[in-house]
Structures are given as structure tokens and as C-alpha cells.
Design a protein around this ligand. Sequence first.
Ligand SMILES: NC(=O)c1ccc[n+]([C@@H]2O[C@H](COP(=O)([O-])OP(=O)(O)OC[C@H]3O[C@@H](n4cnc5c(N)ncnc54)[C@H](OP(=O)(O)O)[C@@H]3O)[C@@H](O)[C@H]2O)c1
Length: 327
Amino acid sequence: MLALVIGSLTLFTIGALLVKFATADGDFTLLFKGRAKRERVEGKVVWITGASRGIGEVLAGQFACLGAKLILSARNVAELERVKIETIGKYPGTNIEILPLDLASGEEALKDAVKKAESLFSASGVDYMVHNAAFERPKRKALDETEEGIQATFNTNVLGTITLTKLLAPFMLKRGGGHFIVMSSAAGKCPAPGQAIYSASKHALNGYFHTLRSELYPEGIKVTVVCPGPIETSITSGAGSSASGSSERRVSSERCAELTIVAATHDLKEAWISYQPVLLVMYLVQYMPTIGFWFMDKIGGNRLEAAKRNGDTYSWKLFFGEKKKTA
Ligand SMILES: NC(=O)c1ccc[n+]([C@@H]2O[C@H](COP(=O)([O-])OP(=O)(O)OC[C@H]3O[C@@H](n4cnc5c(N)ncnc54)[C@H](OP(=O)(O)O)[C@@H]3O)[C@@H](O)[C@H]2O)c1
């Protein structure tokens, strides 16, 4: 009788976990953390790059809702002003400063930006640096990528982000603490056929920031690397990060921002945000790489085909080869 009860409970637990995994929109560690800790954010200075649209804009709203003071950066000043006005409209009393910034503008310009950011809000300094800005090109074969495309991607996603970190971290160290939140990607964990250069740039960020944390953690520097799969953003960037016209199933940018703040305020070192099948691929590549890479090798060519006809580039069907749409 006891064996029957234990057996039934075990089967029930396994079943419940499988259902949870099939319907999950993030990794298990993240999903079991619950809500964001307001007390970790309230009154803190949060600097967000790429805040003029997409996930960065939504992050600004959610940090404002939790009582943070915001520094918003991107290149498009008019869009930053719009985000500022709309955020204050939703959360009156929020302190927001705009700091225009081109991540590809070189060390001197970034040094100025860091000095300005540190001097805002009575020079209280930056508590959270959210590295969200990125440049993504339309999907294409790795060997078709141009030199200009490679440089533009690395200048913004990698070199600018790393230089900004190198310039800001000493101020944080002087204060005895600071937290970098890095918006990486599932493409920073797994192969991403059609996005080789973007994937390479995100792998570079993962390598840099996990290493940085391992060096500076004892001195109070925290790093949370967030790896989202496909996310729905309101505006299509034209670079393929949003899939207007395609049937791709994406986590909303509101949920992505919410889980990002949960991950950071619970001090997670890495968090994954995605529906299936991307989440499964991430688990396979991380914990069973031989199977994970075999899976991706089956998918690669089919994904390139799907991207060419603006089809679903995150579908289970890619494993078997999607039927081509007839014109
Ligand atoms: N959307 C997704 O499906 C998805 C999935 C995984 C990971 N992510 C990552 O999540 C982050 C946000 O994605 P998103 O879809 O919201 O992107 P997005 O809509 O394309 O927005 C990118 C942001 O980065 C800024 N930016 C671009 N180049 C810049 C530069 N040189 N200097 C300063 N700012 C620059 C843009 O503003 P300006 O043009 O005004 O400068 C914009 O605010 C990115 O890191 C992306 O890689 C997104």
C-alpha cells in the first residue's frame, strides 16, 4: 500500500513537472523565485541602455513602478524624451534623466557619459547598469555576413558594452557595490542558425560578464546575465528581432522585463526567458551538449529556409523540415 502511494506521488510529481516545463516561459530556478524584491530597487539609480524602445522601454517602466531613479540612454533623443514623458505619466514623481549615448562612439565619449551618469541625482552614482542596447542584423548565412555588419555588431554589442563596464566599475568598486544586468540572448547560449555574428557577440558578453563577476564578486560587484529567446516587442526594429508578419510564439516584453528584474533582485547569476522549444534546446545544450548540438545541426538549414520566407524560425517543425508555402 505504502509503495503504491509513493509510486503515485512520484508519478504525479513527474507529470506536474513535465506540464510545468512544457508551459514554462523561463528556467525553473527563475520561475520558482516569485516576485521582484521592491526593496532592492526602490530609491536606487538604474541606468538603462537601449531605453528608447522595445525591452529597454518596458524595463524603464517596470523599474519606475518599483520606485527606482532612472537614467535612460540610446541614440534617438526624441524617443528617449517620449519614453520619459510616458513613464512619468504612468508613474508620477519618478526621477528620470536622459543621457544620449552611442555605444559605438569610442572610449572618450563613453568616459564622458559615465562621468555624467555618476554626477546625476546629487552624484549618488549608478547602482544598476542595465546593458540592454544591441544591434541585430536580418537573419542570413554566416558566410554571407559583410565586414561592415560584423564590425557594427561587435562595436555596439561587445566593445561598447565592455568599455562602458570597464569605465563604470571603478566608481562602483569605490562605493563597495554595484550590479550589472546584461541582456544577452538564447543565441548567447546555443547555436542560432542565421544569426552567427549576433550569436558570437552574445557569447562574448556571456564570457566577459561571468568572468568579471568571478573576479569582482568579493568586492561587491554583482552580475546577472539574462538570456531571452524570442520576445515580442511593440516596434519591429527592421533587424529581425521582432517578427511582424510571422507566426512565431514570443514571450511578451512586459513578462521579459518582469522576469529580468526578478532575476536581478534575487541575485541570480544567469536567467533564461523563453517558451518551448527554445527553452528545451537551452537545457539540452547546457546539460547534454552532444544531443543539443546534434539537434541544432538538424535544424540549421531549415531555419535559414524559414527565415528566407519570413516563416516561423522557432518552430518544432524545423527539426523535420517545414513545408514550403505555395505562392
Ligand atoms: N527582442 C527579442 O526577441 C530579443 C531576444 C533575445 C535577446 N534580446 C536582447 O534584448 C535587448 C533588447 O532587445 P529589443 O528587441 O528591445 O531591441 P530593439 O527594439 O532593437 O532596441 C534596441 C535598443 O538599443 C539601442 N541601440 C542600438 N544601437 C545602439 C548604439 N550604438 N548605442 C546606443 N544604443 C543603441 C536602440 O536605440 P537607438 O536606435 O535610439 O540608439 C534601442 O533602444 C537586446 O540586447 C537584444 O539583443 C532581444
